[in-house]
Ligand binder design. Structure first.
Ligand SMILES: *Cc1c(COP(=O)(O)O)cnc(C)c1O
Length: 363
């Protein structure tokens, strides 16, 4: 039973048009035909909400989100399953994280069942937009923004939850080719006591100049260090980092521990679980740049990779800083990253048993 009112588009794309668009959807530029909107007012709570045709919004220029960045978002994916159905990967984890982010930005919580109801309604309405190809998906973007028109600095009394979708191919145009990363020594992403653990829009705004610097240095992505000592490795762009020390039965998977300045990725958690399922040793702990250099130099580091919803698992081939550059092992995708990527995609596409109950079947 849904409380959402439903108004479907009266001009759906025909099959040929949709097939042409889905043949090469790119990432994040093609949008589905519907969205969910739920409005909040202080004193009234979250309203009934609606599933409606995807369209632009009308907001006051004084809407608080434009001035004080009271905005949180999420990212998750619906996949075409092997039997032709559609499953969403771990939406309950995203519902919970949205509320942890919201709490940090003084935004009211959205009951997780309302989040899941929105996901089910949107994915059902736009099911024809879930692409078929391996690694392709319907990317889902939930967000909450402060909509009250007021310039005083305090939490907004009005919010809008939105959920829309974007049929997507590979996030990195070069596929699973290893990326070259730029270790940012000039900028910090997140400081203790700040918003690093929250999926806050402002975290991304603050990262863009570093990402541009990385590109100017010939790199694909930024690696962030801790803001205080500038020695501890935290994340890569919008993805969590993993390192493999040793190989074969002796391999240990290491990932930076969650300190409050890292974003606790759903993919990170899934990779840790799948690695343990495979019998790998797993460590969540501090990793410094000195250790990264040293284990790479003495060849004990066999792989480094990053993971996140958008790109799933991306190997790291080269690391560049202002003072040096080094290659990870032979610079090619390693066996651990490749196996974990296959495990994840296999579960997401319903080809492997879903032992942890991660896939929410919608269609
Ligand atoms: C979203 C995000 C991640 C990855 O989280 P997933 O839930 O795996 O998609 C990692 N780091 C940052 C900074 C992020 O915003």
């Amino acid at each position: 039973m849904t409380t959402l009112s439903v108004r479907l588009t009266d001009s759906p794309a025909d099959d040929a048009t949709r097939a042409a668009l889905l043949a090469d959807p790119g990432f994040g530029t093609l949008f589905g035909e519907h969205m969910v909107r739920i409005d909040y007012r202080e004193g009234e709570g979250w309203g009934p909400g609606s599933l409606e045709p995807y369209a632009s919004l009308s907001l006051s220029p004084a809407a608080m989100v434009f001035h004080y960045a009271q905005a949180v978002f999420e990212g998750l994916k619906a996949y075409r399953l092997a039997d032709g159905g559609v499953g969403v990967f771990r939406p309950d984890a995203n519902a919970a994280r949205l509320n942890r982010s919201a709490a940090r930005l003084a935004i009211p919580a959205l009951p997780p069942e309302r989040f899941l109801e929105a996901i089910d309604a949107l994915v059902t309405a736009d099911a024809a937009w879930v692409p078929n190809g391996e690694g392709q998906s319907l990317y889902l973007r939930p967000l909450v923004i402060a909509t009250e028109p007021a310039l005083v600095v305090r939490p907004s009394r009005e919010y809008t939850f939105l959920l829309f979708d974007s049929p997507s191919g590979a996030y990195f145009a070069r596929g699973v080719k290893p990326v070259t990363v730029w270790v940012s020594e000039d900028y910090a992403r997140a400081a203790p006591g700040g918003t690093g653990f929250a999926k806050a829009a402002g975290n991304y705004a603050a990262s863009l100049v570093a990402q541009r610097q990385a590109q100017e240095a010939g790199c694909d992505q930024v690696v962030w260090l801790d803001a205080i000592e500038r020695t501890t490795v935290e994340e890569m762009g919008g993805m969590n980092l993993f390192f493999v020390l040793g190989e074969g039965a002796d391999a240990t998977l290491v990932t930076p521990e969650l300190t409050g300045t890292l974003l606790p990725g759903v993919t990170r958690d899934s990779v840790l679980t799948l690695a343990r399922d495979r019998g790998l040793r797993v460590e969540e702990r501090r990793v410094t740049m000195d250790e990264w250099r040293a284990t790479n130099a003495d060849l004990s580091m066999t792989e480094a990779f990053a993971c996140g919803t958008a790109a799933v698992i991306t190997p790291i081939g080269h690391v560049r800083t202002r003072s040096d550059e080094f290659r990870i092992a032979d610079g090619e995708p390693g066996p651990v990253a490749t196996a974990l990527r296959a495990d994840l995609l296999g579960i997401q596409h319903g080809r492997l048993p879903d032992r942890h109950g991660w896939v929410r079947r919608v269609v």
